[in-house]
Design a protein around this ligand. Sequence first.
Ligand code: COS
Length: 380
Amino acid sequence: MNLAYTDEHLMVRDTIRDFAQAELAPGVAERDEKEIVPIEALKKLGELGFMGITVPVENGGAGLDMISYAIAIEEIARVDASCAIIVSVHNSLVGYPLEKFATPEQKECILKPLASGQTIGAFALTEAGAGSDAGAMKTTVIRDGDYYILNGAKNFISTGATCNVMLVIALTDPSKGPKGASAFIVEKGTPGFNVGKKEHKMGIRGSDCVEICFSDCRVPVANRLGEEGAGFKIALTALNSGRVGVACQALGIAQACYEESVKYSKERVQFGQPIAAFQATRFKIARMATEIDAGRWLVYSACHKKDKDEPFIKEAAMAKLYCSELAVRTALEAVQIHGGYGYIKEYPVERFLRDSKITTIYEGTNEIMHLVIAEQVMGR
Ligand code: COS
């Protein structure tokens, strides 16, 4: 693995860092409090190429590598973890499977507007009774001439209210279980596509999470992604990529908590000296710095394999497992360093602690990550 950033990586980092400071930082606390999605910022991210980071230029994307993607998601999360997950889901759970499985026509009509940020994508696999056991889904889709008719309900759908298109996994042949699942691109506004209950979350409150109900929703056959029966594999393939995105989001949260801790500990004076002078603080900071570097290399190892088109299931799961726990641990320590000030909204570490927890849960809980890694290293 080539460990050095290229000039292109540094350019991506500077661009997205400046963008995050200028466009995301000013309203981030208010969006968190009022549950507002940063729609305008998403449009601008599209114009800058960050809504199709690894999608080839001919398909409307920026044609960058996965390290660039990792840098972008980390830098966005370092300021606004809610925006980071919107961009991650859009790029990795929708853009990536379209790039991999779409027909040339689908790439032209669906991927291009997504990759250029004209449309926003969401991913619908989870159901009330099918979370970790994703194969237990009940949503069905029945062929009717040139259409499929979709019925059922998906829940905990990130960006479900904001999106324009949704990658939906449903059963074309329920008798086969997950092997009877297929993938569809469903456009918002299609009759029978109904946005249901909005969830009020502990963290990442600047991203929406809703229930989606399909009631005789007619989807053109041309919108099926891959063959009938390939839906579960497509979903898990997308989730491998999504898990790298969640790892980057977690890393950005940890990095922000670390930076806030260094800054605060140098300012805060107790017993006649900055608390940065106390070994208790220095050891916490040393551990944060070490673990963040370790997490970043796990992320880059997954990116490197994906860029070489090699299997990266294990690396993605390891990066997600490690970085999500790192985010929670680092956010907790950051709040501890800030003392009482860390527990109130005056400092951003309070928000980062709330934002961090979901990274151990979504796109595969860390319990599922252990299963995935164990299977990869020791077989079934
Ligand atoms: N990437 C690609 N393929 C994968 C995969 C992965 N990460 N994990 C499993 N597969 C494949 C398996 O190889 C198997 O293929 P074959 O049928 O060709 O053998 C197929 O998918 C089914 O796998 P398996 O039999 O292991 O399925 P299970 O139903 O037992 O569940 C887990 C497997 C638990 C790994 C899967 O359901 C999972 O990842 N659950 C978490 C779901 C999730 O992330 N939900 C969040 C949704 S978005 S917030």
